[in-house]
Design a protein around this ligand. Structure first.
Ligand code: NDP
Length: 419
């Protein structure tokens, strides 16, 4: 029996809320709060006849710490699930600390305004010191470790699929399959087709910022940064087939390098079709991916926000998207002195997801792990105070929950390796 406050009511949150409502014995009361309350009301009205979970809704601007504090004080939840945007991570963490409530999210902090001079000075120093230039990194949220520990509270960071399940796969490989892991390749394949020439599967602003940035990987204790999309490989994915994939920077590489220090190389690859890449290059060339405001007819406009308004809403892709996703990790390493390889992954079908929860598989593969992470926290299976990423907890009950609630694992001990 627990009370949970979910902030955000977009593509991912909608799946997480559907799934929480399937386990009313744990998620007995849910408050859905977001910037646009009408979306929360619509979802609550749709779910109320089908669930025992008691649903309420609220309006909140999570950029404003005081508004989040007021909401938490009035609702008194056991856990706050932040499924809004990475921009709100720090304000919601501050509010949780002020109110003594556990916290979780699905993506690490990045600022909305990357031109802010105060943030920029810290960012530029981090680029020089750490060696990668992504706008997001863990330093902002890791800075809360002592505060959460002292308060006896848990903050779980990045509990979607990647980040999230991919780190649980790493913890599982380390616990059960290897004495030491040498390389990790994280492979994120979306074989789905929505029929549009160009659309993003989750928040366009966050997605386009991520994929248009330089790629990077971890090798022999340091970051190697490369121009965006300059390392391409082809892979034959189970139940999807041959796809081109590109090396990207991805947030879980940073925490995995810290938590599995023996690993010599960690890379992240994501599949993209030609049409997506051509559109993205063109939009970038004309400045439409910029986060810096421009003046247009007397108004300040942020190009990437304007582009978001033009693109299809990711939540609307559900009925149109056909095909499967395949996301997982390939490991090499040693067990009992012998070389070993291991591949653990999940295959998820867009239409099956749509028929279950009304969303495509990209939202589903993020929302289900968010619910399972909340389940771990609420049932005390993951509970030590502090700020943690998924690989720092026991992977076994989490992977069991994923198997049960819609994202079962598949395994291979003889995978084709990525060159
Ligand atoms: P959406 O844009 O669909 O939804 C975001 C939601 O947050 C909307 O309901 C939006 O409200 C709300 N929101 C935005 N700003 C505020 C604010 N200031 N106060 C309150 N609510 C706010 O995003 P997605 O559902 O696609 O993504 C959600 C999160 O999941 C993101 O952080 C994303 O990075 C992460 N993600 C993680 C993945 C993983 O595997 N780990 C994969 C995919 C996504 P409104 O309707 O008013 O705009």
């Amino acid at each position: 029996m627990s009370k949970v406050l979910i902030i955000g009511c977009g593509g991912v949150a909608s799946v997480a809320i559907h799934k929480c409502c399937q386990i009313s014995e744990v998620f007995s009361e849910l408050c859905i709060a977001s910037r646009t309350k009408s979306k929360c009301d619509k979802l609550a009205a749709e779910l109320a006849p089908k669930t025992e979970t008691k649903l309420t809704t609220a309006q909140v601007d999570a950029d404003d710490v005081q508004q989040v504090i007021d909401l938490i004080r009035s609702y008194q939840p056991d856990l706050v699930m932040n499924i809004a945007l990475p921009y709100q991570d720090l304000t919601i963490m501050d509010a949780c600390l002020a109110c003594g409530v556990n916290y979780m999210d699905t993506a690490n902090y990045e600022p909305e305004d990357t031109a802010d001079p105060e943030w920029r000075a810290i960012y530029e120093k981090r680029c020089r010191d750490a060696g990668f230039s992504a706008y997001f990194d863990y330093s902002w949220q890791w800075a809360y470790r002592q505060k959460f520990k002292k308060a006896g509270l848990t903050a779980l960071l990045g509990c979607g699929f990647d980040p999230g399940v991919t780190q649980a796969y790493c913890a599982y490989a380390k616990k059960h399959e290897f004495d030491s892991i040498e390389t990790i390749d994280i492979l994120d394949c979306n074989g789905g087709d929505h029929g549009y020439a160009f659309a993003t599967n989750f928040n366009p602003e966050v997605n386009l910022r991520e994929v248009s940035a330089p790629g990077s990987y971890w090798e022999n204790g340091r970051w190697i940064e490369i121009p965006a999309m300059s390392i391409k490989r082809e892979y034959d994915f189970d139940q999807v087939g041959h796809k081109d994939m590109y090396l990207l920077h991805h947030e879980e590489i940073e925490s995995l390098a810290l938590n599995i220090p023996e690993v010599k190389r960690i890379r992240f690859f994501m599949t993209f079709g030609q049409s997506y890449l051509e559109h993205m290059r063109c939009l970038e060339d004309v400045g439409m991916l910029s986060t810096v405001p421009v003046e247009f007819e007397g108004q300040q406009i942020v190009p990437i926000k304007f582009l978001k308004a033009l693109l299809p809403d990711p939540a609307s892709l559900g009925p149109r998207t056909k095909g499967k996703t395949n996301i997982g990790c390939i490991f090499t390493g040693k067990k009992d002195g012998k070389d070993k390889t291991y591949y653990i992954y999940n295959v998820c079908d867009h239409q099956t997801c749509f028929h279950e929860v009304g969303s495509q598989a990209v939202s589903y593969t993020t929302g289900v792990p968010a619910m399972c992470g909340a389940l771990m926290l609420l049932t005390g299976q993951w509970s030590q105070p502090g700020v943690y990423t998924v690989e720092e907890f026991d992977p076994d009950p989490f992977l069991k929950a994923l198997d049960q609630y819609g994202l079962p694992r598949k395994e291979s001990w003889d995978p084709v390796l990525v060159k």
